[in-house]
Write a protein of this length. Structure first.
Length: 309
């Protein structure tokens, strides 16, 4: 049975309202074949989407994606979508940065030679990309100490983490307005990790309720029907949509303003009408969100470390 077609909104890619540049055909990489759907939805990298031609029947490449990617390679079971450029270099060059991988080669080097060089450099490329991802994770862990009184980003503002030790019978910070606190209950002497886990349970509960509300609001406006919502914990992906009506949204969106959350919701619902990033897709988004370009830009500028554990 053919796996449902899926499109994703991730942190690296941009999903700009233009047709993606055609990818030069290579030997059919196995990384573009269907993979288990739920596992595939939790692998990737940071800021909008990777599109395929409108009638493509293969899933979006998963792994690390450069926002201006025009070639793909499967390296150590990870699909890396990278930016390939011709230059006046004397040899093939590789650069890994916050956006992903850029490969440059002189005009006289064939694409087959480029592909071979990328494969040979594969372990180094994947290691460097992973280092950037882990660095972002470390930055977020340092940003929130997950202790009583910590400020946690929530819907574009901050709420104060208020800790109740089980059996104590009172909540710290009772003088704070209820809508300005993030209440958690933990065992006496709980570790920072236990407090963080309890706080994330609360955040995920809030995220699920809000996402369902926004899906119910926008789906009728777009004339589509979603059948299932799942929360994603992907380290790089904002959301995804499958043509069977299954929507996945990253729970970490709850850190961002509602305007950006709504953009992701509308973006994924629009894929239920157009499983591509053609002009017709962006017209569909614009039907209910005329200012989607501004919202998309704000999402791309959101601190990526807010979306990491």
């Amino acid at each position: 049975m053919r796996a449902p077609l899926q499109f994703v909104l991730d942190f690296f890619t941009g999903g700009d309202p233009v047709q993606p540049k055609p990818v030069t055909p290579t030997a059919q990489p196995s990384g573009l074949s269907a993979s288990p759907t739920d596992r595939a939805a939790d692998r990737s990298s940071p800021a909008v989407e990777q599109g395929l031609p409108g009638d493509a029947q293969v899933p979006v490449p998963i792994g690390f994606t450069h926002p201006a990617a025009n070639r793909h390679a499967q390296l150590q079971d990870v699909v890396v979508s990278y930016r390939f450029e011709r230059s006046r270099r004397k040899s093939i060059g590789f650069m890994v940065g916050a956006d992903g991988l850029v490969v440059r080669a002189p005009n006289w080097v064939t694409l087959r030679e480029v592909d071979a060089a990328v494969q040979e450099k594969g372990p180094w490329i994947v290691a460097k990309l992973q280092q950037f991802k882990e660095r972002q994770t470390e930055q977020f862990q340092k940003a929130i100490e997950w202790r009583h009184g910590a400020e946690v980003p929530f819907l574009g503002r901050t709420v104060q983490l208020c800790v109740l030790e089980r059996g104590v019978g009172r909540v710290h910070g009772q003088d704070i307005a209820p809508d300005q606190i993030l209440p958690v209950t933990v065992p006496p002497g709980a570790s920072v990790t236990q407090v963080r886990d309890a706080a994330q349970v609360w955040l995920k509960k809030q995220a699920k309720a809000l996402f369902e509300q926004r899906l119910h609001h926008f789906a009728p406006l777009l004339g589509v029907r979603w059948l299932k919502l799942s929360l994603s914990s992907a380290s790089t992906r904002w959301g995804s949509a499958r043509n069977d009506g299954h929507i996945r949204l990253n729970w970490r969106l709850i850190h961002l303003p509602i305007s950006q959350i709504d953009y992701v919701v509308v973006h994924e619902l629009a894929h239920l009408r157009e499983m591509n990033h053609s002009p017709r897709f962006w017209e569909t988004v614009g039907e209910v969100m005329p200012d989607y370009a501004q919202r998309r830009k704000a999402l791309r500028q959101a601190p990526v470390d807010l979306a990491q554990d």
